[in-house]
Ligand binder design. Structure first.
Ligand code: KIV
Length: 298
């Protein structure tokens, strides 16, 4: 197996059972223990001032790689619409898609907290619908938390889920389910929009959300929200001062074709690697080099 440069490897204890001697027994990334991360661990990390990484995942095998790498929180995002299911946006993703792929991610992991998205149209009707959708994700897929878009506009839904014992991550700033009204552009610019975003973040916290995703907002505003909340903020295109950072895994690993957002960083070139592998296999088949004697039964 390819070994990452040492600087990119988590401490040996990450997600492993041999972690008793870890210098950072409580650390989310590289910390000790094999039990699942919970929302209480994220609250404790905020108190310690510890930053943590989050990635999306949509299948068991990829999720197992990230779990072994020590990523403490995996989001089964409705970005699966664009990144896994071949849609143009997140809007067509259904709770059937979400439940099936969330269950796969849960099966592929043993340590990460798995958060499943409530999809467009699965909670906007109100708290009863939200509870039905979230309960399904928890019972059928086994996720440890759900995410929904909106602050004040999703207040009643958040309160109801939290009262029912379902941890909720809020999502503010650019909320892709509203692409038809917002487009894909930076949110929270200007005094009024900034105040609205701060109000939304506080409303989500007051309703009991355990964390808030801030997508595509000015860094200064994200820093202000992060300072003013007791719960962790998770940034994507929100500058360096949030408590956590999330990337869509296909962007992070260079799997996404075409243009990727400016806020992402590509840590591998999987698209090229996979294409090269497919071309090498095809060449061997066409040229008669595969299968060879060692792959053949007599
Ligand atoms: O669906 C998703 O992947 C997300 C992240 C971009 C936060 O919501």
């Amino acid at each position: 197996m390819t070994q990452l440069p040492a600087a990119q490897n988590p401490p040996a204890s990450a997600g492993s059972a041999t972690s008793a001697g870890s210098d950072h027994p409580k650390a989310l990334y590289g910390g000790a223990g094999t039990r699942r991360i919970t929302v209480r661990d994220l609250a404790a990390a905020k108190e310690r001032g510890e930053k943590w990484p989050m990635l999306t995942a949509y299948d068991a095998m990829t999720a197992s790689v990230f779990d072994e790498a020590g990523i403490p929180v995996l989001l089964v995002g409705d970005s699966m619409g664009n990144c896994h299911l071949g849609f143009d946006t997140t809007v067509p993703v259904t709770m059937d898609h979400m439940t099936m792929l969330s269950a796969a991610v849960v099966r592929g992991t043993s340590r990460a907290l798995v958060v499943g998205d409530l999809t467009f149209g699965s909670y906007q009707e109100g708290p009863v619908q939200a509870l039905r959708s979230a309960t399904r994700l928890v019972k059928e897929a086994g996720v440890g938390a759900v995410k929904l878009e909106g602050g004040e506009r999703s207040l009643a839904q958040t309160e109801t889920l939290v009262q029912a014992g379902i941890p909720v991550m809020a999502h503010l700033g650019l909320t892709p389910q509203s692409v038809n009204t917002l487009g894909y552009r930076v949110q929270g610019r200007g005094d009024e929009a900034a105040h609205r975003l701060v109000r939304d973040a506080k409303a989500a916290q007051d309703a009991g959300a355990f964390a808030v995703v801030l997508e595509l907002v000015p860094a200064e505003l994200a820093a202000e929200v992060t300072r003013s909340l007791q719960i962790p903020t998770v940034g994507i295109g929100a500058g360096p001062d949030t408590d956590a950072q999330v990337l869509v895994w296909t962007d992070m690993a260079g799997m996404t074709g075409g243009k990727v957002p400016r806020f992402t960083r590509q840590y591998a070139d999987l698209r090229r690697t996979l294409g090269d592998a497919a071309r090498a296999f095809a060449g061997d088949v066409v040229g008669g080099a595969f299968p060879a004697e060692e792959h053949t039964f007599h």
